[in-house]
Write a protein that binds this ligand. Structure first.
Ligand code: FES
Length: 253
């Protein structure tokens, strides 16, 4: 289900250096949002392309996204004030298949991959699971949303300035024996390492891939990604339409 709509900004706040939280009044999108889906946001008149941003929370008709300022479009978004409007298209894409992740899913997010893990974790719990989370950041100054994860959560930093000193993969190796499934979002090398850990443990794993996007609806081919076909050969899929979430076994790493 897809709605494009001018949504009123309810709140826009800075969470950390270059990272912003934007809350929109978007009942149509929030009501239909599934774990791991994204919205495509228009970023002002000077920016032709919409920006794909994953859904961080969707409650009571309010849609929350958390994004990193990377260019003019996301800078424009970060400067929105309550009462402004933003054109949002969504929810888009295929998200996590929570039923396949079992009763004790672990949600692993790295950096800007953390926000979609929040909504996914909330959806899993709503469906009756007992989720936990592992969140990775570069350093203490980059830690976001940890307090919003009201489930057993381990935060770690690359430099040891906050939480566990190390990578999410170090923590996952220790916890994988208790997990029934892994959902992950973050940089591709991190996802690949997570997929290997899950595979070695015989635990299902789903990953959210990030690619540059144009149309966001499967029409422009900008977001092609390499996947494995049934006979092991490479086939190509669209991150925007077939993903962004894929079974880790399906990804051509
Ligand atoms: Fe256009 Fe995926 S962004 S096909």
């Amino acid at each position: 289900m897809r709605n494009s709509k001018l949504c009123t900004v309810l709140d826009c706040e800075k969470l950390a250096d270059g990272l912003f939280s934007l809350v929109l009044d978007a009942p149509g999108i929030a009501g239909a949002a599934q774990a791991g889906q994204f919205v495509h946001l228009a970023c002002g008149e000077g920016n032709m392309l919409r920006r794909p941003i994953s859904i961080c929370e969707a409650v009571d008709g309010k849609l929350r996204v958390v994004f990193q300022v990377k260019g003019d479009g996301t800078k424009w978004l970060s400067e929105r004030k309550a009462g402004d409007t933003v054109d949002a298209l969504g929810p888009l894409g295929h998200g996590y298949d929570l039923a396949k992740l079992g009763e004790k899913p672990v949600f692993v997010g790295g950096g800007i991959g953390v926000p979609p893990m929040l909504y996914s974790m909330q959806c899993a719990r709503k469906a009756g699971a007992q989720p936990s989370a592992i969140l990775g950041f570069r350093s203490k100054g980059a830690v976001i949303l940890e307090q919003d994860f009201d489930c057993p959560t381990t935060a770690c930093t690359d430099d040891g300035s906050y939480g566990v000193h190390g990578f999410v993969t170090d923590v996952l190796r220790e916890q994988i024996a208790r997990a029934t499934g892994v959902a992950a979002c973050g940089p591709k090398p991190m996802l690949r390492a997570i997929a290997e850990i899950a595979k070695a443990a015989g635990v299902p794993c789903q990953v959210s891939l990030e690619e540059r996007m144009g149309c966001g609806i499967g029409a422009c081919l900008v977001c092609a990604c390499a996947l494995k076909s049934e006979n092991g050969e490479t086939k190509y899929g669209h991150v925007c339409k077939d993903g962004p979430v894929f079974d880790a076994e399906e990804v051509q790493w």
